[in-house]
Design a protein around this ligand. Structure first.
Ligand code: NAP
Ligand code: ZN
Ligand code: ZN
Length: 347
């Protein structure tokens, strides 16, 4: 066992603070990664605050993990000590069900082992995330990172990157497509960068007028202020695909009005409360309303390779681990440009 420094939420209403966890001894297929940086995802906030229900405490959040391999098991083939490595939202799955057979481990029919706020596949051993100094993971769930990219700015690719890359690929985004991105936060800014890198014409749809210049710098060709009703009229029927990343309840019907005939809107944000959908929002225009959950391990590696090729990383604000409670407050206010990343050496 490896005693490991961490930062944990002791219970739903309490701030995070120092905590010690035990990482398992390195098994034959495991790699031990010394964590350098970990991104702060809005899902960390939802789960620490138990907004989705069923949260497990104490909780060590963090699923945007990057670092260097320090030790490998006897049968590990893909990594050696000193290699860069990343871990995203999953650390294991059953590997045999039809979903796993299709490289869609996030939809494992037995339930994937999520990186934190869950258990290993034994359903007993608790998982703890990347707000910690090291992690031990089966090499099948470790990702290769390019040394060409800034390491701290690579961390958010492990969740925000794959979560936006996967639906863009699933809906066959291609040069010239009209893509609308809703909500300019961690996921939203990656969606803008990735859709632009795929050749789409991107429009940022935001509640924050002050983010327009940033949206254009990130690759958006257009901007629509969603607190202004005129925006919904101006852009009616415009988009082949809308990627919705808003973390709070909002009226999906209004956004569906901006989808073109037979276009699609994909929900990525997970607001704690449901919102009604009018059948007419879909019927008129034969539109699709869809959702998407992170991405499989194979596709995550494909996304990381795509980012290395197109020089895409996250725009980050690097903070000490002790700054995470304040970062949560700022994130909920939409005041993040555009991903907080914890510098794990400050732990
Ligand atoms: P984030 O950085 O906080 O960004 C969310 C953005 O949504 C904000 O910056 C803001 O953008 C907009 N927004 C926030 N509150 C709003 C409100 N009340 N009304 C309208 N717009 C609002 O969060 P994130 O890390 O990108 O995560 C976004 C959501 O995706 C969360 O719910 C998270 O749990 C979920 N998520 C899902 C997956 C998945 O696999 N599906 C993976 C990761 C995260 P503007 O200022 O531009 O309006
Ligand atoms: Zn996440
Ligand atoms: Zn499975």
């Amino acid at each position: 066992m490896h005693p490991t420094k961490a930062y944990a939420a002791p219970a739903a209403a309490l701030p995070l603070g120092p905590f010690e966890i035990q990482r398992r001894a390195v098994g034959p297929h495991d790699v031990l990664i010394e964590i350098a940086y970990c991104g702060v995802c809005h899902s960390d906030v939802h789960q620490v605050r138990d907004e989705w229900g069923g949260s497990l405490f104490p909780m060590v959040p963090g699923h945007e993990i990057v670092g260097r391999v320090a030790q490998v098991g006897a049968h590990v083939k893909g990594f050696k000590p000193g290699d860069l490595a990343g871990v995203g939202c999953m650390v294991d799955s059953c590997r045999t069900c039809p979903s796993c057979a299709r490289d869609l481990e996030q939809f494992c029919q037995k339930g994937a082992a999520f990186t934190y706020n869950g258990t290993e596949m034994d359903r007993v051993t608790r998982t703890y995330g990347g707000y910690s100094s090291r992690v031990v993971v089966d090499e099948a769930f470790a990702l290769h990172l390019s040394p060409k990219l800034d390491l701290a700015a690579t961390a958010p690719l492990l969740c925000a990157g794959i979560t936006t890359y996967s639906p863009l690929r699933h809906w066959h985004t291609k040069p010239g497509d009209q893509v609308g991105v809703v909500g300019l936060g961690g996921l939203g800014h990656m969606a803008v960068k990735l859709a632009a890198a795929m050749g789409a014409e991107v429009t940022m749809l935001s509640t924050s007028a002050g983010k327009e210049a940033d949206a254009r710098r990130l690759g958006a060709a257009g901007f629509g202020l969603t607190s202004d009703e005129a925006t919904f009229k101006r852009l009616a029927g415009r988009f082949d695909l809308i990627i919705d990343t808003i973390s709070a309840p909002h009226d999906y019907n209004k956004y569906l009005g901006m989808v073109r005939l037979e276009g699609a809107m994909v929900l990525l944000g997970v607001p704690p409360a449901p919102t009604p959908i009018a059948a007419g929002s879909l019927i008129f225009g034969r539109k699709t309303l869809s959702g998407s959950l992170i991405g499989g391990i194979k596709e995550t590696q494909e996304m990381l390779d795509f980012c290395a090729e197109h020089n895409v990383v996250s725009d980050i604000e690097l903070i000490p681990v002790s700054g995470v409670n304040e970062a949560y407050v700022r994130m909920v206010k939409g005041d993040v440009r555009y991903r907080f990343v914890l510098d794990i050496k400050t732990l």
